[in-house]
Design a protein around this ligand. Structure first.
Ligand code: MN
Length: 330
């Protein structure tokens, strides 16, 4: 698929397309985070207020810890719940850089997606697109689109966009935060959201399984190069033994990132008994983890990226390969 086959759209062109009222499905990436969910549901609420019925779709269900974001909106985002009146809907994706990140949705809808709105630098466009790599969160782009429309956003939009932006910036702590990020957040706060409650739910609340996952992640932490590189690998067997599911493991990489001296943090997990390993990588220093992940067909941002490894016999071999790739780029 050639990248050149798709048009690069301006904010205005994107807005023109969005404001044409028609049934719309909004798709977002597997293992959805608050940016994907917040961007999709905020865009849906806005488009509905402009006469477009909307339905949000993801190949994975919204994780329990983020379900509060979409309470009273949709009970499920799985494709088998799509109402029949959306059979011929236009399809828009948010926060999803490459076909693979759509998971099962790509096979079902991929060739019908007419617009992608995203902020990832290294992806494979699969439709006409508005891609703003400088945006800290896809939620910032949705915010800008709504602002540029000059229309009033429904009340539901502000907490969703605040969650999207604060989540993708790690609570306004990551290197992607700009003055504009804070200005957008300020405008959202002005509209009357409960920042303390949202922040508590997004960043402080941890379930027992998540805490068990962090303990396991810490037990499995291996430090290399004098503690500069920290890698934690959690196999399917480890997961089963500790009664953990994949969405319990998402904070392990942040735990590793918080270890004093660690500059590059890696969490590797094995979703099933198959030899497939998912890698999350973060840099505390100016180091391009997306370039390391790209060696394995993955991608993301300079300081936060991921990849899926399929060519290794066990998780230890996957860990060795990741370590070697980081060292090669160091
Ligand atoms: Mn994002």
């Amino acid at each position: 698929m050639s990248e050149n086959a798709y048009r690069n759209l301006s904010l205005e062109e994107t807005l023109d397309r969005l404001l044409a009222p028609q049934p719309t499905c909004i798709l977002f990436h597997v293992h959805p985070d608050a940016d994907a969910i917040g961007s999709a549901f905020a865009l849906a609420a806005f488009l509905e207020s402009q006469g477009s019925p909307c339905y949000c779709l993801c190949a994975d269900e919204i994780p329990a810890r983020l379900a509060f974001l979409t309470e009273n909106m949709q009970t499920s985002v799985l494709p088998n719940t799509l109402p029949a009146d959306f059979d011929n809907a236009r399809l828009i994706s948010v926060d999803t850089a490459s076909p693979a990140q759509l998971g099962a949705l790509y096979g079902m809808f991929g060739d019908r997606i007419s617009l992608m709105i995203d902020h990832h630098e290294m992806g494979t466009p699969y439709a006409d697109h508005l891609i703003v790599p400088g945006a800290a969160a896809c939620g910032e782009i949705i915010f800008d689109l709504i602002a540029a429309s000059g229309k009033e956003a429904p009340a539901a939009c502000a907490p969703l966009l605040y969650a999207a932006i604060s989540s993708d910036t790690g609570g306004f702590r990551h290197s992607n935060v700009t003055k504009e990020t804070h200005l957008r957040a300020a405008a959202l706060v002005e509209s009357g959201i409960d920042v303390a409650e949202l922040s508590h739910k997004l960043f402080e609340v941890k379930t027992f399984p998540v805490l068990r996952a962090e303990r396991l992640g810490f037990d499995k932490l291996h430090l290399f190069d004098g503690g500069r590189i920290g890698i934690s690998s959690i196999s399917f067997e480890d997961k089963q033994f500790n009664k953990l599911q994949d969405d319990h493991l998402s904070t392990v990489v942040d735990l590793i990132r918080s270890v004093a001296g660690v500059e590059i943090a890696v969490a590797i997990r094995q979703p099933t008994g198959e030899r497939v390993y998912r890698v999350s990588m973060r840099a505390n220093v100016d180091f391009d983890v997306a370039a390391v992940c790209a060696k394995f067909g993955g991608g993301g941002h300079r300081r936060a990226a991921g990849a899926t490894l399929t060519e290794f016999n066990d998780i230890a071999a996957a860990e060795q390969a990741i370590l070697a790739a980081i060292q090669e780029n160091s």
